[in-house]
Design a protein. Structure first.
Lengths: 171, 488, 641, 100, 517
């Protein structure tokens, strides 16, 4: 049963992502990426990562991808604009396949954790909000703070970059 | 549910806190138009304060942020690195003043982002966990994306920013995937744990994951330090970026990359050195070769300096092979010197092109020796230093660096590096020739322009530092050596 | 002992001082000659003092080293500035300062009106200095200093009228040809030092012959090549005729009486070495004999009065070498002395004639060309008479000086190498012929000048004629210092004086008195025949020789055997071509071009990489991915599953 | 129980599809989306490993990565907008004034 | 001996002068400052020379201050007989060169003085350094003033010439740098201490095959600067201060290559001698084909430099002492020749020999000086070059007779090219009107050239003071080389019987290649 779920999500994710990089219409691309996000969220659920799954949908698919959509609409990108590199396309695919081989070989041989023992089934509260919250405020206090700074910078940066009417004030 | 708050030690992240706060203060003050002119100086003061904080902590035992999960540590290594970044940033601020003013980018955000970037670098240096490194990297990168694109009206600036952004994000993806593999191999992203995994018994599969993770990390960091073949962005971005930003990019961001690389290769992954030494040595030689050879045929100064910086990255990669404290120290020392040199070189361009075009070619330098003798003299000192001619610091740095390589038993690498550095002389000296031995081809726009005091101050400081370190390198050498002592 | 000779350093030093004073302290041309003469005269007096002091010593002790200071010392190499006073050097000093003094005096008359005579006299004095160093030095290196020093002065004096291109060229030629000899000379010195461990004569000559045996032939031949250069022996003789571009007194002093005899002096000085190598001795004798007849042959057809004398000098030098080569060193030196007298005289006489004609002849006519002269005997009686005496001396007519010395040489040749004796005898005939040809064409017969020109010809002034007369006396009676045994036993003062120097040599076989006398008569007869021949042709105008002698032989002589042309074609030309080739092809094209090519290669590689930087982000990303692939494949060691 | 390697393979596939997207698309926005796909691939690995270890650290990483991604997207899109304003295009192969 | 740090003063005074010059206004003042400082240096040197004890082979006036402790580098200066002579000729030539170019250099006078002074510092530093690192520092540092001097005040094509020179030089130096580092590393391996002190490094036992490569690296650095064929092509375009380089490079050979790599020299010395002899002939032949005075002098320098190298690699006392004397003489004769030529060119603005001719009567004083310098260059006995050349030949002849023969042909060729030049420039008819009005040397110029002439003649006539000054040092150097040679692996010993049967002229200090036969 689980396997079918997995295969389903995996199929949707891969198919959507392949479609995404082949699709010429940017809007469809965004929608396909959202599909990918959602199927990944499904996989997260299967991995007992409820919190992350929700974040994935709410923040990623919900907020970030909407931002994409928004910009595409804003710029009013026509259907056919964009497209692909013709010569580079086969090269890129070959490269990706070539790259996949060693990476796949690497992860295929994965036996289990190195230091921590593998855990069967779900621990109490594993992946739940409480545990995540605790970690965020204890162990990962510093990264979270940095992430905050990062977001601040991003906001400032986005504002600086897109601020209109920055006419040269040089006298 | 009781939550046990960990023992945290803010002292460990004091420099970073100061830097972030400084940046924020600058950001806020920058909102007020009336303080506009004071902002660079405010930034300077704040950076200096952060620097003092860092200096204050020098020489103490390493302090971790918290006992359970260190995340960041305040040791001599990170402090020295932070000081390099701060010094670089201060010089950048100085050379930015007139440039930014003339191009109306001199707002609070500019300086704030600069300081944010420094804080990011500092986090990278201090990070003892892949995630603090990654987040620091992102803080740095995102600040830089904005800084490079700061001249919104300049197509080049925008193009450069976009290129840097796309490739930077791409590289981040590789880093992240590498981190995932490392996490899978050792169950944690802490350096200590990874090192522990490496030190203990490990299965082939884990070993593979570690290697793969390291390889992907190298791709990402290689991008930051513009190691061949991850260097392609460098010339374009340097050329497009506002000149002071390019200076900062070529020094600070590269230095940050190297600092992280020292931590990773020399302490965390030293167990895998049989695997990465041949790789790094080939890439280093390639980097040196490509940087120097292409720089030979450049006439745009910023691109030329970009390739030169690629070449220097190659030199700095060499001591990793020796995998000794001297090797790491020599990189730190080289970074210090390199920061002064490259800021000087770009600084001259920034000062020169503050009013004029962004495009400074060799021909623009013709006759500089008689137009602006001091500026030309500084440029000459910098060029000789980059070329590694005594009595400049560049020579000392190269000497120490190559002695570390030789001591590591890689004489042939040292010889290759040295020979290519001989090739590099051609283009460095061409600049000097153009300045002193060619009459001005055409009347440049800036021919009569007054040079900004702040810029000249920065340049004089770097030139004097180059000469002083060239003659009395002891202090800095000891500093560099002390910095790497604390590395495990 | 040394103390008593401690003043000898003054002998070379005084002329140097004279030169110095003339260069730095004197601006007055008239005084310059006085200064120069005074310096040389004082030297001459000092030499006389040395001579008498030496005579006062017992024969066995007549060899004194006077060390002035230590010159070059490194490790085992030590050479002093030191003078050797022995009969040989004393004879040379006497000749040099004596004849030199006369020529200095003569020069006052000859060169006194030249605007550059200050320079001239300082050169002349400098030459005296160098020549004295050459003959007085007690070691090879010091000799070499003088050797080169005289070469330098010769260069300067030949090129004295340097605005004449030919003079400049001649000076250079002299220096360079001499350098070829010097090259061998240096190598000889190096060999000597390597094997003898010293360069001081006394040490070198005292070295056990067995030590030197493996290289003695090489050493002596190398030294002899040096002598050939300096003494203008074939094939290094080419510079001497050209050297006649210099002022005539210079030709008399340097290119007749003193410098060119340095080679002979050197061979005589090194007799101890030469005697050890039969090969070298043979070489010396053969080269000498060949040179003698070769130059005499050329001299027979030359028209330039000084050139005739120059070839005559070459020829006579050949005689001297012949003498040395057959072991008659004393004879060689004897001939050197007498030759100095009469050849200097001949040159000075020629100078006197030239001096007279210079002012008389029309513009464009060469005052040195014999064909422009004739019948001068009445116009310039003193010159004519003194030159007549000198000509008789050189022709070997008894009892003039040349007779005695030449006779001794012929005797030596007859005893040791009959073939060479025949050559020498033939040379003697030719010598008589060409010398009287010169005399007759100059002074005899009818004048070939225009009447207005003839009127302008006057005898030279006293300053010129007095040295002529003095030398004429010496040429006449000078031979009596060495009367042969045949006539008076023990009257060979000259040989006796030099005997201690050459005492180490094996006793030369002495032919019976009758044979010796017969040889003398034969020589005299042949000389007379030569004179008769010249008389027939040049006074009588008989064209018998024109009919008898093939044209080719005449041309060969007139064109000097085309030696210069051959050298140009075989040596100068190729060297010039090689130099050009090295300069343009090897240096510019291969070495520099190779470097440029390397630089260009690097540049083009740079350009290729540069233009692969297309500006498209995805291309960069592609490069990155390829890099990542390489890295991953490398670190994981996987090329696939 | 599905073996963790399945997830890992899937994550690698997604990562590489993202990479391919970056390499072949001319539209800057789509390129950015390709990068997002790469991050997602990595994230999946993190979560899979976290499940394997039974420790939620991996989840935190994903959380942080999403933050980073958001920040990057903000800047990236701003740059794209700027590009569009300056040049009227978002095709990055048309933006190649900086080269050689 | 005085308590003053004399050597440091000599080294650093020019730098102070250069700094002073930055605050001086006006060309004349700058010239006076430059001249004054160099003159002062000369006086200091004279004091130093006066106090020098020639019978001691060890460095004297030693000063040692810890400098870069982490690298084991100290500021360590001292003078032995060899270095003091070379420093002496530098101290002498500098005021003369500045005086000689008083009016020749008319652009950027101040900068010219500054660079000349800096150059002097680096030269003095090279000669007095007892620490290899410090040596290298000065050695490389010299490139900067040199570069500007060639580039700015050189003649046509000077900027490219400067670049070419620099590239040539730097490739050699970089190889040397690698070798220097390796040496220190080897020492560190052997003794656990990092040091660059030359005396310590001399004692280092290095495996022969390593020695070979290290020696090659050192030789590369020095061969470029001497210069030896085929590394010479920078010289004709950058002749300006070529003589200086000959000095430094030859000093490098003597000070570093010889005592450091005795075993390698067994193989390399004959090769070097051969190359040097080839260079002598090659340079001379090319000089013969030049019609440009500057290039002619340049190639003659190459030829003469060959003699110097030959002497050094004769590896015996005659050769080395001869080489040092020859270096000193070269500075005087070739330096004088070039200075004189510059004075002439200043008047007529062309280097082409054909453009002159018939100057003897127009400018007699100049002609006389030119003659003396030419003759010195030709190696006329009684002038300084002869002493050096002859001693070199003596030294080489003992080792490699055939090579000495080849080298000696240079003596003939030198006469040809020098006199050819002289004939073209000075002799011959005065055909060109523009040559008629040339002014003869001024008092200042005369004084400069006369001073050089005095030294040329002085050394030629009485070279012993010079020879004696360095004798002990050279002996020490050779002993150093021998001691190491004796510890060399088997196969190099056992010639004692042979030695007994040697001719008496072969002295004990013949050098190692002889022993290796």
């Amino acid at each position: 049963m689980e396997l079918y779920f997995f295969l389903f999500f995996a199929f949707v994710a891969v198919a959507s992502s392949v479609a995404m990089i082949l699709q010429r219409n940017p809007i469809y691309c965004v929608l396909l990426l959202i599909m990918v996000m959602i199927s990944i969220a499904g996989l997260y659920l299967m991995l007992d990562a409820q919190f992350v799954a929700i974040i994935q949908i709410v923040v990623y698919a919900g907020a970030i991808m909407v931002l994409f959509l928004f910009v595409i609409m804003l710029l009013n990108l026509s259907r056919e604009e964009g497209g692909m590199f013709r010569i580079q396309k086969p090269t890129a695919v070959i490269l990706a396949v070539l790259l996949f081989l060693p990476v796949a070989a690497m992860v295929m041989s994965y036996p289990g954790g190195g230091t921590a023992p593998p855990v069967e089934g779900s621990q109490a509260g594993f992946g739940e909000v409480e545990q995540i919250g605790t970690l965020l405020f204890t162990k990962y206090l510093l990264p979270v703070e940095i992430a905050a700074v990062l977001l601040l910078i991003a906001i400032v940066g986005a504002v600086v970059l897109t601020r209109k009417g920055t006419v040269a004030t040089g006298e | 549910m009781n939550m046990v708050l960990p023992e945290i030690n803010l002292y460990a992240v004091m420099p970073q806190i100061f830097l972030v706060s400084s940046a924020t203060v600058v950001l806020i003050v920058g909102l007020f138009e009336r303080f506009r002119r004071a902002i660079p100086y405010l930034s300077l003061v704040l950076l200096a304060i952060s620097g003092v904080v860092a200096v204050n902590q020098l020489g103490q035992d390493p302090i971790a942020f918290s006992d359970t999960s260190p995340m960041m540590v305040s040791d001599d290594f990170s402090l020295v690195a932070t000081l390099i970044f701060i010094a670089g940033a201060m010089l950048t601020v100085l050379i930015s003043v007139s440039y930014a003013e003339a191009r109306s980018i001199g707002r609070g955000e500019y300086y704030a982002l600069l300081i944010y970037a420094v804080s990011g670098m500092s986090m990278m240096a201090a990070g003892t966990d892949l995630f603090s490194f990654f987040l620091g990297l992102e803080v740095l990168s995102i600040s830089l994306y904005v800084l490079i694109g700061f001249e919104q009206r300049e197509a080049g600036s925008n193009e450069g920013a976009l290129k840097y952004f796309l490739l930077g994000a791409f590289a981040s993806g590789f880093i992240l995937y590498g981190m995932a593999l490392l996490y899978g191999a050792s169950g944690s992203t802490e350096y200590e744990v990874i090192a522990h995994t490496l030190a203990g018994e490990r299965s082939d599969a884990v070993n593979l994951l570690l290697l793969g993770g390291l390889g992907l990390l190298l791709v990402g960091i290689g991008f930051k330090i513009s190691m061949v073949p991850f260097h392609a962005w460098t010339p374009d971005v340097y050329q497009g970026a506002p000149t002071p930003v390019a200076a900062f990019l070529s020094t600070g961001s590269k230095a940050a990359g190297f600092v992280v690389l020292i931590r990773l290769l020399d302490s965390v992954f030293s167990g895998l050195q049989v695997d990465w030494i041949p790789l790094i040595s080939v890439l280093a030689v390639l980097t040196i070769a490509v940087g120097n050879v292409v720089a030979l045929v450049q006439s745009n100064l910023k691109r030329l300096l970009a390739y030169s910086s690629i070449a220097h990255a190659g030199y700095m990669l060499l001591p990793f092979m020796s995998n000794s404290q001297d090797g790491s120290a020599s990189i730190i020392f080289y970074l210090i010197v390199y920061t002064a040199m490259n800021l000087g070189a770009f600084g001259v361009l920034a000062v020169l092109t503050a009013r004029g075009s962004t495009c400074a070619t060799l021909d623009d330098l013709a006759g500089l020796g008689s137009r602006h003798p001091l500026l030309a003299a500084i440029m000459a000192v910098v060029m000789f230093s980059l070329a590694g001619i005594p009595p400049t610091a560049g020579f000392m740095a190269k000497f120490y660096l190559f002695s570390a390589v030789v001591t590591g038993g890689y004489i042939e690498l040292a010889v290759i590096g040295l020979l290519f550095s001989g090739v590099s002389l051609y283009y460095y000296l061409r600049i000097v020739i153009w300045m002193y031995m060619r009459p001005a081809a055409r009347e440049s726009a800036d021919a009569t322009g007054r040079l900004s005091y702040s810029g000249m101050t920065a340049l004089c400081v770097s030139a004097l530092a180059i000469l002083a370190v060239g003659v009395f390198p002891s202090g800095l050498l000891q500093l560099a050596q002390r910095a790497v002592m604390t590395l495990p | 002992m040394t103390e008593s000779f401690s003043y000898v350093w003054l002998i070379p030093f005084l002329p140097l001082l004279g030169a110095f004073i003339n260069v730095f302290c004197n601006r007055n041309p008239r005084v310059s000659g006085m200064i120069a003469c005074a310096a040389v005269a004082t030297s001459f007096l000092l030499v006389l003092a040395v001579f008498f002091q030496l005579i006062g010593l017992p024969a066995g002790e007549r060899s004194v080293d006077v060390v002035v200071y230590s010159w070059i010392t490194t490790g085992t190499f030590a050479v002093d500035v030191a003078f050797l006073i022995d009969p040989l050097s004393t004879v040379m000093m006497l000749v040099v300062t004596g004849v030199g003094l006369l020529i200095h005096v003569y020069s006052i008359g000859y060169m006194g009106k030249d605007t550059c005579c200050v320079r001239y006299f300082s050169y002349l004095n400098l030459f005296m200095f160098a020549m004295l160093i050459l003959v007085m030095g007690n070691n090879f290196l010091l000799m070499f200093v003088g050797w080169e020093g005289v070469g330098l002065c010769s260069y300067l004096l030949i090129g004295f009228w340097c605005e004449r291109q030919s003079a400049a060229n001649a000076g250079m030629k002299a220096f360079v040809v001499n350098r070829v000899g010097d090259f061998a000379f240096i190598l000889g010195l190096l060999l000597i030092f390597l094997y003898a461990g010293s360069l001081t004569y006394a040490d070198v000559f005292a070295v056990d012959p067995n030590v030197l045996a493996p290289v003695i032939t090489a050493i002596t031949l190398l030294l002899f090549i040096g002598a050939m250069g300096k003494s203008a022996q074939v094939p290094l003789h080419v510079w001497l005729p050209d050297a006649m571009e210099g002022p005539t007194p210079v030709s008399a002093l340097i290119h007749a009486a003193t410098m060119v005899t340095a080679g002979v002096y050197m061979v005589a000085r090194c007799h101890a070495l030469f005697a050890q190598s039969a090969t070298a001795m043979t070489a010396v004798a053969v080269v000498g004999a060949f040179t003698a007849i070769f130059a005499a042959y050329i001299a027979m057809t030359q028209y330039d009065i000084k050139r005739v004398l120059a070839y005559s000098t070459v020829s006579q030098l050949g005689y001297m070498f012949l003498a040395c080569g057959v072991g008659y060193f004393t004879a060689g030196i004897f001939h050197l002395v007498t030759h100095a007298f009469f050849k200097a005289l001949l040159f000075m006489g020629a100078g006197s004639v030239i001096h007279a004609l210079e002012h008389a002849l029309e513009k464009g006519k060469d005052p040195q060309d014999l064909r422009n002269m004739g019948g001068l005997s009445s116009l310039m009686p003193v010159t004519y008479k003194s030159m007549l005496l000198a000509t008789l001396a050189i022709a070997g007519i008894a009892p003039f000086a040349g007779f005695f010395s030449k006779d001794l040489i012929l005797l030596g040749a007859f005893v040791n190498a009959p073939v060479l004796w025949v050559v020498a005898l033939a040379t003697a005939v030719m010598t008589a012929f060409y010398m009287f040809r010169l005399l007759f064409m100059t002074f005899g017969g009818k004048t070939r000048m225009n009447p207005p020109e003839t009127e302008k010809v006057h005898e030279s002034s006293r300053v010129i004629t007095i040295p002529l007369v003095l030398l004429a006396i010496l040429s006449t009676v000078g031979g009596f210092i060495g009367i042969p045994h045949v006539f008076a036993k023990g009257m060979d003062r000259f040989g006796g004086f030099l005997a201690p120097v050459f005492s180490g040599l094996p006793e030369a076989p002495v032919p019976s008195s009758s044979v010796e006398l017969a040889l003398m008569v034969l020589t005299l007869l042949l000389a007379a025949a030569g004179i008769w021949g010249a008389y027939t042709v040049y006074i009588r105008g008989n064209t018998v020789f024109d009919r008898l002698v093939p044209r080719a032989l005449y041309t060969l002589s007139l064109r000097k055997f085309y030696v210069d042309e051959v050298y140009d074609a075989l040596i100068v030309g190729p060297i010039r071509k090689i130099a050009w080739g090295f300069s343009r092809i090897v240096d510019a094209l291969i070495i520099d071009g190779g470097l440029t090519l390397a630089a260009l290669t690097v540049r083009s590689v740079g350009n290729v990489i540069r233009y692969s930087q297309t500006g498209v982000v995805q291309h960069y990303a592609l490069i990155m991915v390829i890099g990542a692939l390489v890295v991953i494949v490398y670190v994981t060691g996987y090329l696939g599953p | 129980m599905i073996p963790v390697t399945y997830y890992l393979i899937l994550s690698a596939v997604l990562f590489l599809i993202g990479t391919t997207g970056v390499l072949i698309r001319r539209n800057a926005i789509i390129v950015l989306m390709g990068i997002e796909l790469m991050l997602n691939g990595a994230n999946l690995s993190f979560v899979a490993f976290a499940r394997e270890f039974g420790m939620a650290d991996g989840h935190i990483y994903v959380f942080l990565v999403i933050t980073v991604a958001a920040a990057e997207v903000a800047i990236g899109l701003a740059l794209v907008i700027l590009l569009f304003r300056n040049r009227g295009t978002v095709n990055i192969d048309e933006v190649r004034s900086l080269r050689w | 001996m005085t308590d003053l740090p004399l050597l440091s003063l000599i080294i650093w005074l020019p730098v102070l002068g250069a700094i002073l010059l930055l605050f001086v206004k006006g060309d004349v003042a700058a010239r006076w400052v430059g001249f004054g400082v160099t003159a002062l240096v000369f006086i200091l040197f004279a004091v130093c020379f006066g106090a020098f004890k020639s019978h001691i082979g060890d460095p004297q006036f030693v000063e040692r201050i810890p400098w870069i402790e982490t690298l084991g580098v100290s500021y360590y200066v001292g003078a032995d007989g060899i270095s003091i002579l070379l420093a002496g000729i530098t101290a002498l030539m500098w005021p003369l060169a500045l005086l000689g170019t008083w009016t020749i250099v008319t652009v950027r006078v101040r900068a010219y003085q500054v660079f000349m002074l800096l150059m002097q510092t680096t030269l003095m530093g090279v000669f007095f350094s007892l620490d290899l690192f410090q040596f290298f520092l000065f050695w490389e540092g010299m490139l900067i003033p040199m570069y500007f001097l060639i580039g700015i005040w050189g003649y046509e094509r000077s900027s490219m010439a400067a670049l070419k020179f620099f590239l040539f030089a730097i490739f050699g130096s970089l190889l040397m740098l690698a070798a220097v580092i390796t040496l220190a590393f080897l020492y560190h391996q052997a003794h656990g201490v990092l040091t660059f002190e030359m005396a310590a490094l001399y004692q280092l036992a290095i495996p022969p095959e390593v020695q070979f490569w290290l020696a090659l690296a050192f030789i590369a650095a020095f061969a470029v600067k001497v210069p030896m064929v085929p590394f010479h092509t920078w010289l004709p375009d950058a002749i300006v201060l070529a003589v200086v380089l000959v000095k430094m490079a030859a000093y490098g050979f003597i000070r570093l290559t010889l005592p450091m790599f005795p075993d390698a020299l067994a193989e390399l010395a004959p090769l070097m001698c051969g190359a040097a002899a080839a260079g002598i002939v090659y340079g001379a032949l090319i000089a013969l084909a030049q019609s440009d005075i500057r290039r002619m002098i340049a190639y003659s320098t190459i030829s003469h430099a060959g003699f110097v190298v030959l002497g050094v690699f004769a590896l015996n006392q005659h050769g080395i002492q001869g080489a040092v004397v020859h270096i000193v003489s070269l500075a005087l004769s070739t330096g004088g020749l070039f200075l004189a030529a510059m004075m002439l060119v200043q008047r007529r603005n062309t280097w082409d020999m054909e453009a002159y001719g018939g100057l003897w009567h127009t400018i007699p004083v100049f002609s006389a000086f030119l003659l003396i310098f030419s003759l010195a260059s030709v190696g006329l006995p009684g002038l300084s070059n002869f002493v050096g050349e002859f001693l070199i030949l003596v030294g080489v002849f003992q080792q490699h007779a055939a090579i000495a023969v080849v080298a000696a042909t240079g003596v003939i060729l030198a006469a040809v090219y020098m006199l050819r030049m002289y004939r073209k420039v000075i002799f011959g008819p005065l055909t060109r009107d523009e040559n008629r009005g040339i002014k003869d040397l001024s008092f200042r110029e005369t004084a400069v050239l006369a001073c050089m002439t005095l030294f040329i003649i002085g050394i030629g006539v009485y070279p012993n003071p010079v020879l004696r000054t360095m004798e002990a040092s050279v002996q020490k150097l050779l002993v150093q080389t021998h001691r190491l040679a004796e510890t060399a692996p088997a196969g190099t010993s056992g010639t004692s019987t042979e030695a007994a049967s040697r001719p008496v002229g072969l002295d004990a200090t013949r050098g190692i290649s002889q022993d290796n036969r």
